[in-house]
Design a protein around this ligand. Structure first.
Ligand code: NAP
Ligand code: ZN
Length: 346
């Protein structure tokens, strides 16, 4: 089946309309008619070549929500007409210790990314900036009825990427959590950490989005351009979630951790970060990383968000505005996620 899509033809070049081939629906496959696809900063890193060479043309998009229009004979968990989602991965080996522990994202044989990855049949995966996609049913999530489909799309990457470390490092009542960067990931981190009962502080470059941050659930809001912030908040936090897409002065942020505190980096800048071990030693602190979350936890996150009325704050755009949206994300001018209306691709 040939379907419409938007692709980056080469590194750093604007995206343009194209078509891609979707495989026939296999025994364990689901065909999804895409309704919405979020724009993640990872899409931009990928097509700009920040993370190395890519198999161009690349159709990005790993925050997918749509309706099931066909299922294979072996599929029991999804039915035609169901509203479903697909995130950053579409397959894994299913047999290694990590897959068996529900950490498919860390599959020892390598999970299959939703785009710019190599599928089981050797073809290159193409993502959600498209009208349809065929995905193995085990990597298709159920989108609960209570969630608005457009606002739910960003949960499939930004939502799980922040939910997973917040749970892993115990964000909850009595914990002081800081979120660095109020973009796509950051604004969902604020909502989720607040819903988990933590005391939430936003650390943004400026105070421009302070009102929004407080409305989203933050208890405190500080500008990182103001050096006073780093004096005032020294030793304060149990957990800092860094969602920034560029390099930051890691040591300055590590000093904001209390004893035994952890700074978890989910932001994935192109350049290495520099770390003075004294920033860790001087408070038994930890520096960690985290990548999306497993399939079971992604479903748990969607159910949690439905229960707590959490969706992304979005700006829905037609496909022809994708390149403009990329510019605005790069300028930190996103409030707080662009979502492509896939009907504009038909
Ligand atoms: P985004 O919407 O662009 O948000 C990033 C935010 O970081 C910006 O809104 C801005 O917030 C802040 N920022 C940007 N440039 C900065 C700079 N030079 N210095 C300080 N702060 C800066 O991006 P996103 O979609 O949330 O993604 C964020 C990062 O996470 C990207 O690197 C992405 O690839 C990565 N990511 C990782 C995973 C994972 O599994 N680990 C999953 C998804 C995405 P303020 O304006 O508030 O300062
Ligand atoms: Zn993403």
């Amino acid at each position: 089946m040939r379907v419409n899509a938007y692709a980056a033809p080469a590194a750093g070049e604007p995206l343009a309309p194209t078509t891609v081939e979707r495989r026939d629906v296999g025994t364990n496959d689901v065909l999804i008619e895409i309704e919405y696809a979020g724009i993640c900063h990872s899409d931009i890193h990928t097509v700009n070549g920040d993370w190395g060479p890519q198999p161009f043309p690349v159709v990005p998009g790993h925050e997918i929500v749509g309706r099931v229009t066909e299922v294979g004979d072996g599929v029991t968990r999804h039915r035609v007409g169901d509203r479903v989602g697909v995130g950053c991965m579409v397959n894994s080996c299913g047999e290694c210790t990590n897959c068996r522990n529900g950490d498919e994202q860390y599959c020892r044989r390598g999970m299959t990314p939703t785009y710019a990855g190599t599928d089981r049949d050797g073809t290159t995966t193409q993502g959600g900036y498209s009208t349809h996609v065929v995905v193995d049913a085990d990597f298709v999530l159920s989108v609960p009825d209570g969630l608005d489909p457009a606002a739910a799309a960003p949960l499939l990457c930004a939502g799980i990427t922040t939910y997973s470390p917040l749970r892993r490092w115990g964000a909850g009542p009595g914990k002081k959590v800081a979120v660095v960067g109020l973009g796509g990931l950051g604004h969902l981190a604020v909502k989720i950490a607040h819903a988990l009962g933590a005391e939430v502080t936003v650390l943004s470059q400026s105070l421009k989005k302070q009102e929004d941050g407080l409305r989203l659930g933050a208890d405190h809001y500080h500008a990182t351009a103001d050096r006073e912030t780093f004096k005032q908040l020294a030793g304060r936090f149990d957990l800092i979630l860094n969602t920034v897409s560029a390099s930051i002065d890691l040591n300055a942020y590590l000093r904001l951790l209390a004893v035994d505190g952890t700074l978890v980096n989910v932001g994935a800048p192109a350049e290495p970060l520099s770390l003075h071990v004294m920033s860790l030693i001087g408070g038994r602190r930890s520096f960690a990383g985290s990548m999306i979350g497993g399939i079971a936890q992604t479903q748990e996150m969607l159910d949690f968000c439905a229960e707590h009325g959490i969706g992304a704050e979005i700006e829905v755009i037609p496909a022809e505005k994708i390149n403009q949206a990329y510019e605005r994300v790069l300028a930190s001018d996103v409030r707080y996620r662009f979502v492509i209306d896939a009907s504009t691709l038909r």
